[in-house]
Design a protein around this ligand. Sequence first.
Ligand SMILES: [Cu+2]
Length: 324
Amino acid sequence: MRALLSLAGLVSLVLVAAPAALAQGSFAPVEPASPNAEGIRSSYLFVSIFILAIFVLVEGALIAFILKYRRRRRARFADGAQIHGQTRLEILWTTLPVVVLFLIAAFVFIELPGIKNVPEAGASGELEIRVTGRQYYWQYEYPNGVIAIDRMRAPVGVPVRLTVSAPDSDVIHSWWIPALGGKIDAIPGRVNETWFEADRTGVFEGQCAELCGVGHAFMTASVEVLPEAEFAAWLEERRQAQTTGDVALGEETWEGVCAKCHGLAGQGALYRAVAGSAVLRDPQAVETLVRNGRRTMPAVGAGWTAEQIDALNAYLKESPPGGS
Ligand SMILES: [Cu+2]
């Protein structure tokens, strides 16, 4: 009995090293690129140590007892050995879980401020971006009025504060770029805050994490982290372009807002084909349609600025979906 228990204990000790191996595999969170994502991952790995050890201990004991107390040559209906009272073991299995729970709680409470609180802005200041979740796209607004859809650009090494919400007429979405931190809900009529501070450049992918309707699977998001100067140049270029019908924003709007339901070439996808429709050639009709919706189509552009409507029309004029 004692030998079997120590065997189970030994196996669980060996497997304590497994979370480190898991970190390379698909069971662990993605490679973090921001301190808050790092905190989430450390908590995950810390808890995994106990999960694995307990799993091995319990399953090991189960198998050991099945073998040790099997019937052997005992008569079919004779009772097995009656065992009761093992004070040391009983004290152990009462105190050990308390210690484990305490350790996990302590670790998480130590990590939590680093996950939740926006860090103090350094020399380069901080950037605030408004994130709005809508069926089925993400819209971003930068402090200088620049608008972007689905792909956010952000500077590396600068704390980025995100205020996340959804319009009153929409549903709940959830912002989540795993490498840059945890999920945060985009709730109509409520502003939630989260943040990231990317430690390297690159593109980090994410996905709306709250089932929000038939197009939910298409509601992807990405953050492109750029060197600070490159980001500043992009922001300035977009700001200037936006005043004269920004084709780049128009293209993002077409792809992010319209094409998810109507197809990239307007060939139809979740909903009807619009390629060749007269509406697309009539800026006024486009504005009326996106601002108010029609029948089953929601008002996807309610609340858009005139600049964003102009951008969409500029793009539709330059590259009519499905040709003209
Ligand atoms: Cu969504």
